[in-house]
Design a protein around this ligand. Sequence first.
Ligand SMILES: [Zn+2]
Length: 126
Amino acid sequence: MNPIIFSVSKNKCPRCHQGDVFVHGHAFKKGFDKMHSHCSCCHLKYEKEPGFFYGAMYVSYALTVAIFVTVWVLNLWFLNLSTTGFITTVILSIIGLMTIVYRTARLVWLNFFVRYNKTMDVEVKS
Ligand SMILES: [Zn+2]
């Protein structure tokens, strides 16, 4: 599996793929936004500088646009909703997937700056 897809989908440290980034493994739990400050295995500091995760808003924006386009295509091909129904569906989809978008955006942003280190994975396992 691609290392970035693995890290983002499994909530794992982008460098060693061992430690968790978020405290909870589930996006729909209270405290879904709580992050560990460092990786428990390789001690990578996740927030490199104050405000580091502000950049994740760009990823979040792209993911939200993807949700909008998905609902738009579904409406065009299958749902045939009225304008009000379409807007309501888009808003409910975005609100419903908000926690997943939040976490995914931060993990993707982190993976932009930290590469997977295969040798570190071996070092941590041994
Ligand atoms: Zn790590």
